[in-house]
Design a protein around this ligand. Sequence first.
Ligand SMILES: [Zn+2]
Length: 472
Amino acid sequence: MKIAIGGFFHESNSFNPIITDEKDFIVFHKEEIFSNADSYIMAKGIIEYFEKYPDYEILPTIFAKAVPNGLISKEYYIYLKEKFFEYIRSYGKLDAIVLALHGSMRIVDIGDAEGDLLSDLRKIYPDIPIICGLDMHATITNKMTSNANAFVGFKTAPHIDVYETGEKAAEICRLTLENKLDLQMGLAKLPIMIAGEKSETDSEPMRSLISELKEYEKNDEILAASYLLGFPWADSEDNGVTTLVVTKGNKQKASEVAIKLSGMFKKKSSEFNFSVPSYEPEKALKIALDQSEKLTFLSDSGDNPTAGSTGDNTTMLKLLINEKERILSLNKNILVAGIYDTKAINYCSDHIGETISITVCGFYDTMNCTPVELTGKVIKNWGPFSSDMVLFSTEIFELIIVSKHIGFTDVTMFEAMDIDYINKDLIVVKLGYLTDPFKKIANTSILALTKGCTNELLSDLPYENKDEYVFV
Ligand SMILES: [Zn+2]
């Protein structure tokens, strides 16, 4: 069996004016994916599944991914798409195609990338199964569902079943080919907009909803049942929660189960809430400073680069400056991780060890903040990590400045910079819910509801068709 595989993975935030392009992407061409599969975990799941079956030949095309950010440039997307089609055509006749997609990738002037890609793919391969793994935050469009045979999404948030979702997509493909299945999808859509910070799968109601999906998947006729929550920080007419069920051939059953699961979701929609205490920013900082025990994490949730925000919002820096007297009198040891400003990092790099004044950020997110002036000592420039990083020490806090739009998700960054993070009183982090490495070391976790491109108060965002959504 000849199986072509490929992947495009980006969550595109339409409220962020940054255009994502070549410099932001990591791309693996053809066989490169085999030695780099640890950098594209869903691909790894697909590859390692098929490797167990010697009759299956894995034919890799292109795998491209980038940290969530603003929309992707049309030119660069077209380049990636042309490479994908060049490679896939080079393999001749295929038996099936399995793709590792995000589902909320958006392109300037095009919109829905996955729909665009799948509809072009279907024109060339009208008769073979096209099966896709998706992120839980996929935005399902008609163009996607009418041009593929099956989708299966992550069942965890934070996403720790990425590998298993790749395996599952590959398994659906193998079962389809070996049993000559006529896959059928059923779906039901709810106009519900929900932030990731209210839908962690360790908390209710998501925990119960996901266990219902798993129960249905035990049914012999059902190959996959998924809740695709949409991506609220993109103004797309297709946004909202989609329930999607794939059966071995029973269209009616797929639709019935999708409607039933969708009804359960709707019934529980009033139960969604933040899993950690959340406050408007001033209050959140005050409460964080009141904590007597180390280590408190304060999430600057309105500027979360891992959900595509700019990473250059200065709101929390200004609030910290306003609290200067209190911070000094309490002798608080504070780290801010971090801020994205290429210009500032270049300037700092010329002044290592010196005390200087710099103006940082507020360059991209002009809607919600303005630049801020800081005076401090440039401790050191580290690199390469996934970005150059400077540690800038002011009287009030230490600040990590980065040269690339990256997420702050792991202690390895702090370790690479020799930061004694365990002994900080407070770490202000540009993130929403904490990642597992941070959860492990956090004594207290607080969400600051800052205004930015990933504003958690979704009803405050300037959606064009706001009246059509229900915000939970
Ligand atoms: Zn996601």
